[in-house]
Design a protein around this ligand. Sequence first.
Ligand SMILES: Nc1ncnc2c1ncn2[C@@H]1O[C@H](COP(=O)(O)OP(=O)(O)O)[C@@H](O)[C@H]1O
Ligand SMILES: Cc1ncc(COP(=O)(O)O)c(N)n1
Length: 263
Amino acid sequence: MIPNVLTVAGSDSGGGAGIQADLKTMLALGVHGMSVVTAVTAQNSLGVQGAWELPVEAVRAQYRSVVDDIGVQAVKTGMLASAELVEAVAELLAGTDSPAVVDPVGVSKHGDSLLAASALDSVRTKLLPVATVATPNLDEVAQLTGVRVESEEQLRRAAAAVLAYGPRWVLIKGGHLPGDAVDLLTDGSEEHWLRAPRHDNRHTHGTGCTLASAIASQLAKGWSVPEAVTAAKEYVTGAVAAGFALGGGIGPVDHGWEFRTGS
Ligand SMILES: Nc1ncnc2c1ncn2[C@@H]1O[C@H](COP(=O)(O)OP(=O)(O)O)[C@@H](O)[C@H]1O
Ligand SMILES: Cc1ncc(COP(=O)(O)O)c(N)n1
């Protein structure tokens, strides 16, 4: 049986991040991808030119259509835009037994805001507590907890600050630090350091979405959180290495790198 994985996220018209990145990742990792669209962005390699949220009823209805008939083995959340949508999605996740990977998307690679400042408190108190794994990057950690990370040693403090909000596991992504691309996965007792060589490639649009949906895809197969995150990190590292130019700005990671290299 092919596991079903659901992404609850925003659409990126440029195809490198958001729903589009999630569905491509799911295909590459051998699961059936499904989507609940929360917002539509007009976006390309240069930035986000516009964003429109969907009504909460439209988000709830998409979710119910998928879950009530088809069923899901894992869920991933990305851009949720507003406090209202964050709260509605948190409530839906609270009612499912499937693992949930929460990528608390705040700002795009170009610095465009994808989450209202007024939604931060709902992310902290409603969404993080229902996450099986939360995957903030360093800017999101700073926004959510006030902890600023400038070195690998400080990743532990960041992880503890996020865990205090209640996710079962947290993966702090150190992708924005200089040096190796190091992430820290912990549940407060176990610690797993995931280290990969940094690829000196500016075409990294979609890294965070890709990693989170790769984790959800592996969890849907019944893998443990450390196994799922380790495999997802390998997948995103290969995708970053193969990231390619598109348009005049930051190009996307290559979701199909394994097909192309045949590895
Ligand atoms: N240049 C890079 N080379 C290799 N891995 C990278 C690079 N940039 C980011 N990563 C990895 O990609 C994943 C996503 O991290 P990050 O880019 O920090 O997330 P976000 O897209 O949310 O900002 C992490 O595993 C991170 O370590
Ligand atoms: C619709 C949407 N969702 C998320 C991101 C974040 O992208 P990244 O994975 O590069 O942090 C984005 N740029 N657009």
